[in-house]
Design a protein around this ligand. Structure first.
Ligand SMILES: [Zn+2]
Length: 314
């Protein structure tokens, strides 16, 4: 049976049951008072306008559904459509465009655009703990992408957006940040804040890593200028892991998300970080990845005050 035939992708009651099982593994929690006991379900009834999944708290007497306090709250889209969108975005290695979601889910482009950004928010990791805490290798490198508005295309990368990424080889996780310049004053504090001192830092020969590299248990670097990508004597010395991450990121950004403003770039990076950090090689399949994204929907409501001014032209 195809994974897309799972009931929670088609049936609203099944979708609620799925989301409730993931967000409330120990049973319903009242978002108003936080209590877990004496919560009653109110039967859905379209005529009396009783919503699907409605619960009533016996303590504070208030009503709620599992959508409350999540990215689903301010949306009128049925939950099973949300679950379809989450599955598509989690299972496509290079992402899914808002246009594709608009066509596949048969929702408006505007809805698709909002939905995709909210799902990216759900994918954003709250874990700020440093990489390399077990003394493992952490690769750090920068990449350039897109073109800043109003800037001419030319040689070099001044006109492009700049991204610093880290990949922890032991946990397999990736973390990316938008930076204004590729200089020591900007890169060094980020390296310090995001990599544990006991880590083995792995970079290319860029000057901004030289000094800060001494603060870590070890620092190795490949000399790309001399065409060195993997050190012959010690194959551990390479930044090919992060280069691989960049290649997925760039192919996705170029192919699927052709236009991306600087304002939203960090959201796209969170999406690529998420899929990479929860990839098949780490034992996470498509359904597992979708479930992890679903766990992230709590407390990340995005409200766009004036949506019309923020949507790019289709
Ligand atoms: Zn309550």
């Amino acid at each position: 049976m195809s994974i897309l035939s799972a009931p929670h992708f088609h049936d609203e009651a099944a979708a609620f049951a799925k989301v409730e099982s993931v967000l409330w593994p120990q049973g319903p929690v009242c978002p108003h008072c936080g209590c877990m006991g004496r919560i009653g379900a109110i039967k859905p009834n379209a005529e009396k306008r009783v919503r699907m999944g409605l619960k009533k708290c016996g303590d504070c007497k208030k009503q709620f559904t599992v959508r409350m306090g999540t990215i689903f709250e301010e949306s009128k889209l049925p939950l099973h459509i949300w679950l379809q969108a989450i599955h598509l975005m989690c299972s496509s290695k290079k992402g899914v465009s808002a246009h594709q979601l608009h066509r596949t889910l048969e929702i408006t482009y505007k809805s698709a655009w909002f939905l995709a950004h909210r799902i990216r928010e759900a994918m954003r990791s709250d874990d700020l703990s440093p990489f390399g805490q077990n003394g493992g290798v952490v690769e750090a490198d920068e990449t350039f992408i897109g073109r800043k508005p109003g800037m001419e295309k030319r040689v070099g990368y001044e006109h492009k957006f700049k991204v610093l990424s880290l990949v922890d080889r032991s946990t397999g996780r990736a973390r990316s940040m938008v930076v204004d310049t590729i200089t020591a004053p900007e890169i060094v504090p980020l390296v310090r804040a995001n990599i544990a001192r006991e880590a083995h830092l792995m970079t290319d020969e860029a000057r901004h890593y030289v000094r800060v590299g001494r603060e870590f248990a070890a620092h190795s670097f490949v000399r790309h200028a001399r065409d060195e990508y993997v050190r012959y004597e010690t194959p551990l010395v390479t930044t090919n892991t992060i280069e691989g991450f960049f290649s997925i990121f760039k192919r996705g950004m170029r192919g699927v998300y052709q236009h991306c403003s600087e304002k939203h770039l960090h959201r796209y990076m969170a999406e690529f970080d998420f899929r990479y950090s929860n990839r098949v090689a780490l034992g996470v399949d498509d359904s597992g990845r979708a479930e992890r994204a679903l766990k992230g929907v709590v407390g990340k409501r995005l409200s766009y005050r004036n949506p019309n001014s923020q949507i790019p032209n289709p």
